[in-house]
Design a protein around this ligand. Sequence first.
Ligand SMILES: *Cc1c(COP(=O)(O)O)cnc(C)c1O
Length: 222
Amino acid sequence: MSITDRLSAIKANIAKLQKESPLAAKHVKLIAVSKAQSIEAITELLEAGQRVFGENRVQEAAEKWPNLREKYPDIELHLIGSLQTNKVREALELFDVIEAVDRVGLVDAIVKESSKLNAIRCKKFFIQVNIGNEPQKGGISIEALPHLLAACNLQPATLVSGLMCVPPADQLPAPYFALLYKLAKEHSLPNLSMGMSGDYETATRLGATHVRIGTALFGERK
Ligand SMILES: *Cc1c(COP(=O)(O)O)cnc(C)c1O
């Protein structure tokens, strides 16, 4: 199967799950996770009409995307990996959405850099929640989420529109997706970025508005 065929198959699958599942969102955005993928493979997806992409590193995105944007100006680029404070300025110029806001220090840096820049691309933010409470993983703890949300929403520059998570790798993801859904409802946040190649179907059934799919689209990363 070509990348384009896989894109069509995944989209059809998501549409079917949306019809079947009472909790599924009306609109589910497929984020093509293009980290470690070639420009050729990415271009194939762009030619097939895909416009929403995800990268997990600022440096790699800076090398790949400015050129592609010249040719395809309506690209929507999501930063799905953790962001260091010293890369905030670059990230605000490169990405449309930053999904992994996970600490007050990062919010402060975003506010500070936003006030200095006159052309900010990024206007949309998600908070990453460490949903399985794993020490090695990024994301704010569930206990500290209300505090971080309050810090974000004090500032118009960092208004949060959703939550993002990566559940523990060795467990069934459904309870973690259900928990993220509940947290988003509690805080009246409309967007939920959850689900990757291995579990996007479960995530779609449980209300994901954004699924982040790499391997199932592109094949294994090099
Ligand atoms: C790499 C990555 C993905 C995509 O993973 P696949 O299993 O290849 O679909 C999704 N989300 C995040 C945060 C990632 O780092």
